[in-house]
Design a protein around this ligand. Structure first.
Ligand SMILES: [Zn+2]
Length: 264
């Protein structure tokens, strides 16, 4: 076991991986008292309070949230403190603002909007009023830990269409590019769910009338090819299902490309 062999006291990974480790530990017959872990720092994907409680119980640790983005410093933009009620932003390095994503107007403290950062001491790669596309809110309310740095809430969503699947940023447009390159039309649906704390990622795409066949071998080969191309583009594996032409419901308005069933 990772933590036993190395006597690690802190674990840093995605929350879904921590939950997986907890499950695996249980399967192997270990309890929280068998490992020296005391705390965990988890980020890079959305996670709920329920998931926090679950991880804390199975691993016997305190689980803290962390926020960062590659363009600023990677991890290390904001951390949770002992109060576990939002993340203090490292304001000696980053100035945070909340704006209205449509008008770009700066909103008063406590408003929900898009998080914008200016890096104060970054060199060579300046970041001035960088729009994160993350929707959240900021507060200067006194924190029980004594720190006075502004706190950000867990991001509540995105102002663009980016999905975060198993900690990886996925844009529907990337999937569409792969489908088009393989000769498919834009009749597809991306279905994301969370089963046993792990994101599932399904891509359903209609065959064109020209490629339509009932030859299972041919269909499976096409599915594998798409799955490989998606993995090369996104870095994660998708379950691809080819459907008969016209089997995805057509929408009268905006096409429903993404069905995110995760309850976070
Ligand atoms: Zn605090």
């Amino acid at each position: 076991m990772f933590a036993m062999d190395l006597s690690a006291t802190v674990l840093c990974c995605t929350p879904s991986y921590a939950a997986y480790l907890g499950e695996r530990m249980k399967e192997l017959g270990y309890g929280p008292d068998d490992i020296p872990l005391k705390a965990g720092i988890f980020g890079a994907e959305a996670w709920s309070e329920e998931m926090r409680k679950d991880i804390e119980k199975t691993l016997g640790i305190k689980a803290f949230d962390i926020y960062g983005l590659t363009e600023l410093s990677g991890p290390g933009v904001a951390f949770e403190c002992s109060a576990q009620s939002g993340m203090h932003i490292n304001e000696d390095h980053f100035i945070a603002e909340i704006i209205d994503p449509d008008t770009e107007e700066v909103l008063p403290e406590g408003s929900v909007g898009e998080l914008v950062f200016t890096a104060v001491d970054k060199e060579a790669f300046p970041m001035i009023r960088y729009r994160t596309k993350d929707i959240c809110k900021l507060t200067r309310e006194k924190c029980s830990c004594g720190r006075t740095h502004i706190k950000m809430a867990k991001p509540m969503g995105r102002s663009d269409d980016m999905l975060i699947i198993r900690g990886v940023n996925v844009f529907p447009s990337q999937i569409e590019t792969v489908l088009m390159n393989n000769g498919y039309a834009a009749n597809y649906q991306i279905i994301v769910d969370r089963v046993n704390n792990t994101d599932t990622f399904d891509v359903q795409v209609e065959m064109t009338p020209e490629m339509f066949t009932d030859n299972i071998g041919e269909i499976e080969a096409r599915q594998r090819k798409l799955s490989d191309d998606l993995k090369a583009m996104l870095g994660i594996k998708a379950k691809v299902s080819l459907l008969a032409p016209k089997s995805i419901a057509r929408s009268e308005g905006k096409a429903v490309r993404v069905v995110d069933k995760r309850k976070i």
